[in-house]
Write a protein that binds this ligand. Structure first.
Ligand code: MLC
Ligand code: AMP
Length: 503
């Protein structure tokens, strides 16, 4: 019986009394205890008749139990589908329906709304709270702490991660066992993780960064995590002394730099700080080194591919670059129209190929075909250049995407929402520089002729229907959108106009 991901990440920890999770309440969970908990959840999936290949949609707060549910899905061969805790009921309905989830696990606080969604989709609904209680936990508590691992092939899907799309419809990226395992292996090796490492984990576990980069790497290396419910500045500063490494989005590091308690004494013992999910400004890089003596290691990836490139562990970590392709990953810069590879040093769209590249979008063969070439190269949509020394630079985005505090927002999704509001003729959504989030959302709305817009009502509807990070922080009313002679909205003009809006 084999299950490559479970066999590599989880099975070796059976019987190990070493610490795996240090929780905020002071509790420590050993590797062996975590595995036993995972087995109880795997037995729960079995009892609920969740079969190999079935989707388990999970909309819960970060907790050791939520992580055990991930491990249980891998062990039982189910497809783990984590969902951003900020998603509203409207957004969740789409994910549960599109994935055809067999089991939906939500927070007890949202049970009433989620019952409607689960009923409409004919799936099981159970709860799990941030403190580890809930109906799923109750059921797990009655199960055995051993589970016969379900066999899986390397090419079987282990996780489905939704990523928003240019058309406004989110796409489920199908990540196989081999995708996740190969990436964890490459990262452990490149970043020199060992069982002596303790990672300060303040990221959410519903995205690639916190779940696959951070957690899978630590599971494979056999180290421990200081597993915090969220990024809380005081707690991070308090716990940093017990860590050897930290991973974060740039907002984590800019926030820490703005705190006088973040000193060389606090960070001197650290082995490594890693950043990703959004561009790290060269200025942040330099300020960080001046303050702590550490050079942040910046890497680059995305939901569909996990990690693609990384600055070196040994050797120069070059600010403004995301380093070299990981072992086994090929990267090339291509003409956005013809797809032909460009000469060294030219700017084009980055394409990547390797064992990390996903299998395609869930039930969207056309979208898969449009982004994943027959020869295996994935079109990232990121504009890049490879410098003379081979470092990859991400210089911009070919795709219309905003990244706010490490979360992606596709303007189209917010525009579709705004256009449907009473009195709105049309809208354009852009990202403007933001001191905390890197970028944040600005919406420009145009009223239908003769109508006055009720901006308060629009903002209230946004709060109801859109996850918080997607909501426009500014709603600006103009008489008309700037357009070129072809009628295309000139977003660059809007970006220039509102460049200082958050400063
Ligand atoms: C929260 N808010 C945000 C936000 N996060 N607004 C814009 N952008 C964000 N990222 C809003 C909430 O809606 C709320 O608004 C208010 O801020 C306070 O909420 P909070 O939860 O208390 O915020 P905070 O704890 O400060 O969160 C900020 C953050 C968090 C940066 C710590 O967003 C975070 O952990 N980001 C990490 C994202 C991440 O893991 N990305 C990886 C994607 S994987 P209101 O109006 O209700 O007050 C990927 C691939 C790769 O990209 O390469 O890694
Ligand atoms: P996601 O869809 O959430 O997986 O986000 C992936 C996108 O985040 C990539 O396509 C890039 O645009 C961006 N990204 C991730 N890491 C970096 C980085 N280090 N520098 C610049 N952009 C990044």
């Amino acid at each position: 019986m084999t299950n490559p991901l479970f066999d590599a990440l989880f099975a070796p920890h059976a019987g190990r009394d070493t610490a795996f999770l240090y929780l905020q309440d002071g509790q420590t969970i050993s590797h062996a205890a975590f595995l036993a908990e995972a087995a109880k959840y795997a037995n729960t999936l079995d009892a609920l008749d969740v079969q190999a290949g079935d989707r388990v949609a999970v909309h819960v707060q970060k907790s050791a139990q939520a992580l055990a549910l991930y491990a249980a899905c891998v062990q039982a061969g189910a497809i783990f589908l984590p969902l951003n805790t900020a998603y509203t009921a409207t957004e969740l309905d789409y994910f549960v329906t599109d994935s055809g989830a067999a089991l939906f696990v939500c927070d007890p606080a949202e049970i009433a709304e989620m019952t409607l969604i689960a009923k409409a989709n004919g799936c099981h609904l159970y709860t799990l709270a941030g403190d580890g209680s809930g109906t799923l936990a109750d059921m797990a508590a009655t199960q055995k702490a051993q589970f016969a691992t379900v066999a899986r092939n390397a090419d079987d899907i282990a996780a489905l991660l939704y990523t928003s799309g240019t058309t406004g419809r989110s796409k489920g990226a199908m990540l196989t066992q081999a995708n996740l395992l190969s990436n964890a292996e490459a990262l452990v090796d490149c970043w020199r993780f060992t069982s002596d490492d303790v990672l300060l984990h303040a990221l959410p576990i519903f995205h690639s960064h916190g779940l696959f980069v951070a957690t899978n790497v630590m599971l494979l290396a056999g180290g421990a995590m200081i597993f915090l419910p969220k990024f809380d500045q005081d707690t991070v500063i308090e716990r940093l002394g017990d860590a050897t490494t930290m991973m974060g989005v740039p907002t984590f590091y800019t926030r820490l730099l703005n705190d006088a308690r973040f000193t060389p004494e606090l960070t001197g013992h650290m082995r490594l700080f890693i950043s990703g999910s959004a561009p790290l400004l060269a200025e942040t890089h330099e300020r960080f080194e001046d303050r702590t003596g550490h050079r942040i290691l910046e890497r680059y990836g995305m939901t569909e591919t996990s990690m693609n490139t990384s600055n070196p562990y040994d050797g120069e970590r070059r600010a403004g670059t995301v380093g070299f392709p990981l072992p086994g990953v090929e990267a090339k810069v291509c003409d956005p129209v013809s797809g032909a590879e460009l000469a060294q040093g030219e700017i084009g769209v980055l394409e990547v190929r390797g064992p990390n590249v996903f299998k395609g979008y869930w039930q969207m063969p056309d979208k898969t075909k449009a982004e994943l070439r027959d020869d295996g190269f994935f079109i990232t949509g990121d504009l890049s250049r490879i410098d003379e020394a081979g470092y990859v630079q991400i210089v911009g985005r070919g795709k219309d995407l905003i990244i706010s505090g490490g979360y992606n927002i596709y303007p189209k999704e917010v525009e579709v929402f705004l256009d449907a509001q009473d009195g709105v003729l049309e809208s354009a959504v852009i990202g403007a520089p933001h001191p905390d989030f890197g970028e944040s959302v600005v919406a420009v709305v145009i009223a239908e002729p003769g109508k006055t817009l009720n901006l308060t009502a629009i903002a209230a509807a946004a709060t109801r229907d859109l996850a918080g990070f997607k909501r426009p922080r500014r709603l600006e009313v103009l008489d008309a959108l700037p357009r070129n002679t072809m009628g295309k909205v000139q977003k660059n003009q809007l970006r220039d106009r509102y460049a200082e809006i958050f400063n």
